[in-house]
Structure formats: structure tokens, C-alpha cells
Design a binder for this molecule. Structure first.
Ligand SMILES: *Cc1c(COP(=O)(O)O)cnc(C)c1O
Length: 408
């Protein structure tokens, strides 16, 4: 049966060139990068070359790239690292209401440790308000953490403008760019980004490899050292992240970045075309459907649609039967019955937030895949709506005043 993978925001398949690179390193460069012998030094050299490849992609210096085990770890180190190191300076953090759980739950944890966190609301498209951001800064604010692009609805935040505000007030600016790296150009200098998180498995690299860009490798004028490590041990990654380096995985990450550097423009154009085709076809041909997120300030590979009167989970299961992989939004929210915090933050009613479908495309998506999806979806929506008790004019199941006999 035809299999169409449209869940690239959850994870991507590895590029065959990345697999080849990793396999070579597992076979040939198995040394510990801290060892003095030739095999160790070969591994250390690959580590440094990888750092250089990644650094040049975001206009950073080589010694400002720190490798770690995931995007989640990178977000944790950025936020807790600054909070713990700079708590004498201030205890206030500003973030948004639509962050990935790796940022949101880290901030909630810090609240329990006595830090104050402001969760900036977003508008109907998922954009923060720059004026509100600036007004929220106090003399106790140490960190602003706002994601580059949202993983559920694809909205791209005004990063350069946020960077300017952070710089003006001498506040550290962290951005979770896990969904962005490899899709949209990033320049940490031009955008005044101090800390940036990324993860290899979202850009055709291996799972379990992430990075944190740290401006000035963790030293800042007037602040001194501003990052406290979370892992203590042998002092790897210049003391900020102990653990024997995953050299094959890191080399795979660098290879993945190299391939993105080569293909990004062309790939983004292709995906933008597919994205806009899906949005147009579906909103024109299916009733009671709307686009979540912004029309243009949007990742090229993301479509998030709300279908009224049905549940996203049912759509996903029906599409899966046809060999099409999609998602409701975040991988986490699909495990719980709670509606997505992102959709609630853009002002959706809880009952509508249950009807979302996220389609995310990538390098191996073809026009034929899109056409197959566009052929299979409408009859599924029609069938589910026929079976649905959540009809027009009726109360929703999720409404506390809903009574089961209403659809009898
Ligand atoms: C996937 C993702 C993460 C987590 O990255 P892992 O490497 O899977 O831990 C963090 N933030 C965003 C926006 C993501 O999409």
C-alpha cells in the first residue's frame, strides 16, 4: 500500500547521506574525543569540524556551539542554566503561552523554585505583541525565551525585533529554533540571539542529538559567566555539558546541516507551494474548516487545519488506515485528552481545539503524496461528520452542559 508520511514536525527520516556518515564514524572513528592517542584526536577533530559546519550555518563562532543530547536538553540548559547562574541579578523570566513543553514545563518548574515567569499571550495567529513584551520587562528580568517558530501551528515570531528589545534592556534572549533550523535562514548576529536550541532529528539527522548556541561561550559583559551547567562530570563541552561526546551522532548532525545549507532555498519553495495548495484546496472544498496560524508568517512545511464537529484523533486514525501519517499538533497533547495549550492560546474554544489536524511535509514529500492526501481526506471528513454527535446547532460533548440524549 502507498505510504505517505506527513508528520515531519514530529520527526524526520534520516537522509541516506547522514546514515552513511554516521555509519562510517561508528566503524572508523570510535575513539573518545578526550583521549590523547591518534584515534581520540581523530574523533576530536571530527567534533571540531562539526562545530564549525553548524556555526557557519547560523553565523556563530565555532566555540559558541555546544552539543548535547536533544532539543529538550538544550532548552533546559538555556533556561535553567541562566536562571540558576544569574539569580542574584534577578528572578524574572518572560516566555510565551505557546512554547513547546520543553520550555513551558521548564519555566513551570522554575516557578516552584521561586522564579517569577510571565507567559505572554498571543494573538489569533499565534504572534506575541512586541509592545507588551517590552512593557513586561522589569529590572529583575534576566531571560526572554520565545520560540522561533511554533511546532503546532507553524507561526514564525518576530525574532529580530525581540532580539533588539532584549539587547536594549540587557536581557538574555533564548529562542527554541528546533522547528526552524534548516527551513528558514537564521543569523544569530543580525537577530541578536544569545541562546538558540536545535535538534538533529527535526532536520534529517539522528534522534538524540541537539545543540545550544551560547553567545560569547557563556560569558557576557557586565554579567560574567551566565550559564550554570546541569550535568557535572568530566568537563566536556568546556565545562557546560559533561558526557563523552556522541561523535558519530554529532557528525551526522553536521552532515544534516550541510545538506540543509545546500537544499534549503529550493526545498522551502517546493514546500511552500505544497502548503498553499493544501490550504487552498481544503478550505475551498470542505465546509466548516479554518486555518490555524498565520497565512504567510508561517513555516513552509506546516499546515494546521481545524475541522468543526469532529475530533482530530478520528481523522488521524482514518488517514492512517489509508497509509497517511499526520498529527493533531504536538506529540504530547495527542497522549492526553487536554486540548492543545497552543490552540487555546490563539483563542479557540476547547471543543474546536479538539478538531485540529497538523500536516507537516519535508524533503521526501512529492506532489503525488499531496494529491493522494487531498483525494483521501474529503470522504473521511464527510463520513466522520455523518457519524458525529457534534452536529451543527447541537452542544458539544466537551461542553459541561452537554447531555448525551441530545443526539438521540
Ligand atoms: C521537537 C521539539 C523539541 C524537543 O526536541 P527533542 O530533540 O525531541 O528533545 C523542542 N522544541 C520544539 C519546538 C520541538 O519541535
Amino acid at each position: 500500500m502507498k505510504y505517505v508520511y506527513l508528520d515531519y514536525a514530529a520527526t524526520t527520516p534520516m537522509d541516506p547521506e547522514v546514515i552513511k556518515e554516521i555509519e562510517n564514524h561508528y566503524r572508523e572513528t570510535y575513539g573518545n574525543a578526550s583521549s590523547f592517542h591518534t584515534m581520540g584526536q581523530k574523533a576530536a577533530q571530527i567534533l571540531e569540524n562539526s562545530r564549525e559546519t553548524v556555526a557557519s550555518f547560523i553565523n556563530a563562532k565555532t566555540d559558541e556551539i555546544f552539543f548535547m543530547s536533544s532539543g529538550t536538553e538544550s532548552d533546559n540548559l538555556a533556561i535553567k542554566g541562566v536562571a540558576f547562574k544569574s539569580k542574584e541579578r534577578g528572578n524574572h523570566i518572560i516566555t510565551s503561552a505557546i512554547e513547546h513543553h520543553a520550555v513551558q514545563h521548564t519555566c513551570q518548574y522554575l516557578e516552584k523554585q521561586g522564579f517569577k515567569v510571565s507567559y505572554l499571550p498571543v494573538d489569533e495567529y499565534g504572534l506575541i505583541d512586541l509592545k507588551e513584551l517590552e512593557e513586561t520587562i522589569t529590572n529583575k528580568t534576566i531571560l526572554i525565551s520565545i520560540m522561533f517558530a511554533n511546532n503546532e501551528i507553524g507561526t514564525i515570531e518576530p525574532i529580530k525585533e525581540i532580539g533588539e528589545i532584549a539587547k536594549k534592556h540587557d536581557v538574555i534572549f533564548h529562542t527554541d529554533a528546533v522547528q526552524t533550523l534548516g527551513k528558514v535562514p537564521i543569523d544569530v548576529e543580525e537577530m541578536n540571539i544569545d541562546l538558540l536550541s536545535a535538534s538533529a532529528h527535526k532536520l534529517y539527522g539522528p534522534k538524540g542529538v541537539g545543540l545550544l548556541y551560547i553567545r560569547g561561550h557563556g560569558v557576557r559583559k557586565g554579567w560574567g559567566k551566565y550559564i550554570e551547567p546541569l550535568l557535572h562530570g568530566g568537563g566536556h563541552e568546556r565545562g557546560l555539558r559533561s558526557s563523552t561526546e556522541n561523535v558519530p551522532g554529532i557528525a551526522g548532525f553536521a552532515k544534516a546541516v550541510e545538506l540543509c545549507k545546500r537544499n534549503m532555498k529550493e526545498e522551502s519553495e517546493k514546500l511552500t507551494k505544497f502548503r498553499d495548495k493544501i490550504i487552498k484546496e481544503i478550505t475551498e472544498n470542505i465546509e466548516d474548516v479554518y486555518l490555524n496560524g498565520h497565512y504567510t508568517k508561517r513555516l513552509p512545511n506546516n499546515v494546521n487545519l481545524g475541522f468543526r464537529y469532529i475530533e482530530g484523533e478520528s481523522i488521524i486514525l482514518s488517514l492512517d488506515v489509508e497509509g497517511i501519517a499526520t498529527s493533531t499538533g504536538s506529540a504530547c497533547s495527542s497522549k492526553s485528552l487536554e486540548p492543545s495549550h497552543v490552540l487555546l492560546a490563539i483563542g479557540q474554544k476547547p471543543e474546536d481545539a479538539h478538531g485540529s489536524l497538523r500536516i507537516t511535509m519535508g524533503r521526501y514529500t512529492t506532489e503525488a503524496d499531496i494529491d493522494y492526501f487531498l483525494e483521501k481526506l474529503p470522504p473521511i471528513i464527510e463520513k466522520l461528520r455523518k457519524m458525529s454527535p457534534l452536529k451543527k446547532g447541537k452542544k458539544y460533548m466537551f461542553d459541561p452542559t452537554y447531555e448525551t440524549d441530545q443526539h438521540h
